[in-house]
Design a protein around this ligand. Structure first.
Ligand code: B12
Ligand code: SF4
Ligand code: SF4
Length: 215
């Protein structure tokens, strides 16, 4: 029988981390799924692996989604699971809700997910749905309770605050000279989190996502 440790090892080889595990009864899962493993970039290993891939270098659109499709489908085939993705379906699979149910990330004061290890850089490349139960990941604690909450006030134009996310104001700022800081380094709110700062994510990865978000 497959062990969670084997799944984590296989994911790590691809620059991914088994960053959440959702069991039955916690939240609605796909049909036939007893355990859902959420796969997140494992920093700092992920970015060099991705940037050396055929998808990153072939100049075609959506390289990270295409990389995720190939790599996570192969993992699913090797591990006897079904691959699910946070993109490409309508309606989207409820990754945010699954992530909360995993107990490994929480809703931050600005609503974005915050992880004990990833901070506000929390994100997912896909998930593996298994037909068997798979134990549990070690428990982790929400970092926000003991934090001065710099995320709440870090957006230079107040577009992302505890009151919500004004995406129009965010996009307008990203078109200005001052907004190039967010375009190049990543969202100032996500960077302001002390847990994000310790995660080891390459700023080039944040710039890549910002170009995708603001295209
Ligand atoms: C649509 C979407 C957006 C929309 C949100 C508009 C809206 N209010 O609907 C927009 C385009 C604004 C957006 C932006 C971003 N998003 Co987005 N987004 C999604 C997506 C594809 C679908 C959400 C959805 O509707 N799900 C369907 C419902 C049924 O599922 P659900 O999980 O239960 O939905 C909950 C969440 O959507 C949440 N929610 C509602 N509004 C918003 C807005 C944001 C920004 C977030 C994080 C959550 C959130 O409430 C819902 C109910 O609980 C998810 C992936 C996914 N498949 O879920 C990513 C996702 C939520 N986004 C993510 C990311 C990374 C981003 C960006 C940071 C991308 C970037 N630059 O790197 C940006 C924010 C820009 C910035 N300042 O940096 C991550 C989570 C990040 C986090 N730490 O919370 C996800 C999970 C994708 C992933 N691959 O990991 N996103
Ligand atoms: S990307 Fe910049 S402007 Fe947009 S929400 Fe984040 S800090 Fe604010
Ligand atoms: S800055 Fe502090 S309050 Fe905000 S998400 Fe990070 S740990 Fe939580």
């Amino acid at each position: 029988m497959l062990a969670l440790a084997d799944i984590r090892k296989a994911a790590h080889r691809q620059g991914l981390d088994a960053a959440g595990l959702v069991g039955p009864g916690q939240v609605a899962l796909p049909d036939g799924c007893e355990s859902l493993v959420l796969l997140a970039p494992d920093e700092p290993a992920f970015w060099p692996i991705f940037t050396q891939s055929a998808e990153y270098t072939d100049g075609q659109p959506d390289p990270m989604d295409r990389w995720s499709l190939r790599v996570i489908a192969a993992l699913a085939a090797a591990l006897g699971a079904r691959a699910l993705f946070p993109f490409g379906t309508q309606p989207p699979h409820p990754f945010y809700t699954w992530a909360l149910a995993s107990g490994q990330v929480w809703s931050s004061p600005v609503q974005f997910l915050v992880g004990a290890r990833s901070g506000l850089w929390a994100s997912y490349r896909g998930a593996l749905a298994f037909a068997d139960p798979l134990g549990a990941l070690p428990e982790v604690a929400k970092p926000c309770a003991t934090c001065a909450q710099p995320c709440a006030t870090a957006c230079p134009v107040g577009a992302l605050t505890p009151e919500g996310y004004d995406t129009a104001a965010c996009h307008a700022y990203l078109d200005t000279d001052a907004g190039q800081d967010c375009m190049i380094q990543g969202c100032a709110v996500r960077r302001a989190c002390p847990v994000s700062a310790a995660f080891g994510r390459n700023p080039a990865q944040s710039a890549f996502h910002m170009r995708h978000f603001h295209r």
